[in-house]
Each structure stands twice: as structure tokens, then as C-alpha cells.
Design a protein around this ligand. Sequence first.
Ligand code: NAD
Length: 428
Amino acid sequence: METSSYNPYRVAQSQFDKIAAVLELDEGVRQILRQPMREYQFTIPVRMDDGTVRVFNGFRVQHNDARGPAKGGIRFHPMETIDTVRALSMWMTWKCSVVNIPLGGGKGGIVCDPHHLSMREQEQLCRGWVRQIAKNVGPVTDIPAPDVMTNGQHMLWILDEYETIVGGRYPGFITGKPVGMGGSLGRTEATGYGVIYVLREAMRELNIPLAKTTASIQGFGNVARYATELFIRLGGTVISIACWDQGDKTSYSYRKKNGINLDELRSISDKFGGIDKNRARDLGYEILPGDAWIQQDVDVLLPAALENQINRETVQKISPKVKIIVEGANGPTTPEADEVIKQRNIFVIPDFLANAGGVTCSYFEQVQCNSNYFWEKDEVLSKLDTAMTSAFASVHELADQKKLYMRDAAYTIAVSRVAQAVRQRGWA
Ligand code: NAD
């Protein structure tokens, strides 16, 4: 969440500047990469169910497309800002690059709270968003996907409106579509599973047996649920989960020291990833303050909610027992907190590597749509595992060889590839 002292775009730029200096990038390449190539801001009028018209603000930012069409999610969030979208679009560029898929970086958003919108109003919002931007996005220019508080249904409304505008069927325009409507099997699981594929590899490198480890997770949405499922399936124990409580307008951590039961928590959660407090208490969960998840004596911390969650204050609360932080969310750690983590020698799997499973599977979805041939789920997940494992191995190898912090190694690989594409295209 954005606070007055936290600006995710400044964070993304300062991370880039640091790597640009290390790589000794020339000024032209730096100027191209430290800001988005194109940004769009627009209004979306929606006739609400009560007959009034409400005007929403929408964004689309294309950070860089030197390696391929821009790619990135569309978020619904009441506190969405252009700077958040800019930062996320830049992180998408590095994410696609670090897993070596031929796509660039983009991101979009609408300032809204879908909790207070009917399905019809959400449909109008999705259709209105693409009506404003249809000329500037498309299967060979910029390909959206679901993100925070958006899902396959939202994508299908956007696709349907886009196809109506341009005339024809372009299933490769948008990813995260429902299966049977151009979606890929495995996409729902992809980000969360990808997080655990790289965590598994990290534990192998660090000689930590996954079966004996504990984790504490922030978030109970798409990423967190599938990460939890696979982590438990591989033998790990998740002792606490934190999420947002819509009624109380605050977050809580739900703890069971001998391990949470995923099915149980799923059965008392809503579709936005909130958990029913009273029912959780009845099931024996301790209800703790929102930031208690970060204070647990666990081996692994997995932030999978929002940006800026491990910051100057919360980083001090991390237990000395924590060995690995695997960043499921985008931008969960501020630069100040990152310095503390580095000094404490905690092994970090940075966001744009850890959560790249989603975009990698979206790329598989495009490939399947373009060839009009859809793979079995096992094939998708096995290709995903290979891609994530290989990306982790490249980053870890560089970190090992050059004695780099994992985040710096991941940035070095990602930025170098994009800088090379920029130079090869003759842009700088
Ligand atoms: P989601 O909307 O499905 O779930 C978000 C979860 O975070 C919910 O459980 C919500 O209750 C919780 N949450 C929100 N505010 C909170 C707060 N202040 N404290 C504690 N919990 C809070 O979202 P998601 O798709 O799981 O995405 C989570 C993160 O992962 C985001 O940063 C997103 O950008 C990133 N991400 C998602 C994908 C994807 O494929 N879904 C891919 C890459 C990155």
C-alpha cells in the first residue's frame, strides 16, 4: 500500500539506477529504460445500477517492448496510482527478461473497489477500459492479463469488447482467459506453483530439506493459495496466513502452530482472499494483528499480498530463524528493508524471478492460442517448472560466481538482456 514516504516508481527507478551503474550502461540506454516508453491515463464513465453515471480513472503503461510486445496485468484497486502502475510495468520488463520469454513490460489499472460493484458494473468497467485503449493495445503490441482483484471473467469481457471493436477473433490479445475460451490449463496455479518451484531450488542449493521447513505467508489470494498448496504437498508446514478483512478495514494474521489446513481456510474465505474471522476462531486459529505474519519463527517468509509490506519498521520484526524470503508479491520489500535483509544474510528470491510463473504461463497461453492447439495440464506445468528452474539456476549461478546478492544478480541478467535488445534495434 502506498504511504506518503513510499513511492513504488522511485523504488523501481532507484533499483534500476543501481544496476545501470554496475553495468556501466550508456546514457541513452539508461534514459530509455529508467522510464516507460508510453503511458495512457483516461476516464471510464459507467452507468451504475442505480441509474447514475460514475467516472472511474484508468491507466495503461508500456514500459518497454524491445524484446517483444508489452505484457502485464490489469489491477482493480481503490488506491491505484499512476506511479504504482509505472513501477509495476517496469518490473514486468525485468520479469519477462529474467525468465527469457520474448515479451516486454506493461501494466494497467482502474481505481475502483470491486467489493462495492455489481457484476454488471464490473463488466461495464472492463468494456469501458478497453474502449479507451483499444487502438494502443493488441496481440502484437500489448497483451493484458489478470492481476489483483481481476480474474478470467474480467479478461473475457475485455477480449469480447476488443474483438467487437476490431472485428475478428484475437484470443492471443489477452491471457488468463477461462479454460475452454482460449485459456491455458495450469494458468490459475502458475504463479503460486512457480514461487514454490524456485523456493524448492533455493532449498536444494542451501541444503535445507523442504519437508522439514515452516513458512508464514502474507495474502490468501491466487498466488498465496497455490503456493501454500504446493508447499504443503512437498512436505512443508505453513503456520500462519495474513489477509485483509473487508468488514474491519484492516488485516489479520491467522495462526495454527502445528500447521494451517488449506481446505479448511478456503472453505471460510471469500473470493477476494479474505477469511471469516469468527469461523476461523471456531476452527482453532489464533487471530493476531496484521503484521504478525512477519514475526513468526519460521524458515520461510512468503509475502504474497501487496507492495511495501517489508519496510523500515516491519523488517526489524523478522525472526532470526528466517532463512529465505521468497517474494510472491510485486515489490513487497523497500530498498531500506532490503539492505537490512542483505546484512542479515537472509537468502532472497526477488519478486520478478519468484512470481514470473504467471507471465511464463501467459506466454504459453499465447503460444497455444496462436497455434490453436491446447496442451494437457501436466505438459504446461512441466514446461513451467523447467522455465522457472532454469531461470533460478542462471541467477543463482551468477550470484555465486560474482558474490552478488540474489536481487542484484537477477537485475543484472534481466537489464543486460533488455539493454542488448535496445542496442540491437538501434534505439541507443
Ligand atoms: P489477490 O487479489 O488474489 O489476493 C490478494 C490477497 O492479499 C488477498 O488475500 C487479500 O486479503 C490480501 N491483502 C490485501 N491487502 C492486504 C494487507 N494490507 N495485508 C494483508 N493482506 C492483504 O491477488 P494475487 O493475484 O494473489 O496477487 C498477490 C500479489 O502477487 C500482488 O502483488 C500481485 O501483483 C502479485 N502477482 C500476482 C500474479 C498472479 O498471477 N495473480 C502474478 C505475479 C504477481
